[in-house]
Design a protein around this ligand. Sequence first.
Ligand SMILES: [Fe+2]
Length: 190
Amino acid sequence: MQEYESILRGNLTESRYDHVCAVSTCAGELADLHGLDRGKAELAGLLHDYARDLPADDLLRIGRARKLITCKIEEQLPVLLHGPVGAILIEDELGINDAQVLEAVALHTLAGPAMGKLAQVIYIADLIAEGRDFSAIGYLRNTARENLNEALLECIASTIGYCLERRWIIHPQTIEAWNFYSYGNREEGI
Ligand SMILES: [Fe+2]
């Protein structure tokens, strides 16, 4: 992991670097609590925002070249591509080829239906790690320790609610994730 420190410090702003370290620690703790591989969780946490500070033009260029654009929203808001672009880049540039880690990085912003457990942990950890502060944070942190499925649903709800309050656009992939995991589909979805 230490080998990535200088690369990340070069790619990310200082506050973003602190954030990925916090997500790595939080993801490692959640992995321990829920029987997942701690090392993989820490690695995915550390690398999840690998492409977050790339300029929008680069995100779009890579997104188009690697066929990562799924709808017009990404053309309007290229920052939404930093997950899938990050997954491509950590494979190309760092040689990371663990499918679970790549999925976790790809889905950490928008979520998606049928996410693997590691991807769920990173999505949750990104929201509740040290440094995050919003009204539901205590509830989400407790829920994440006790029940990963519940925490995932609550984190997706929190993200959608945040967007709705601000009258922001919601990416269809996040809606798909919500519909997949929401209570009506719980038996199939989780
Ligand atoms: Fe991110």
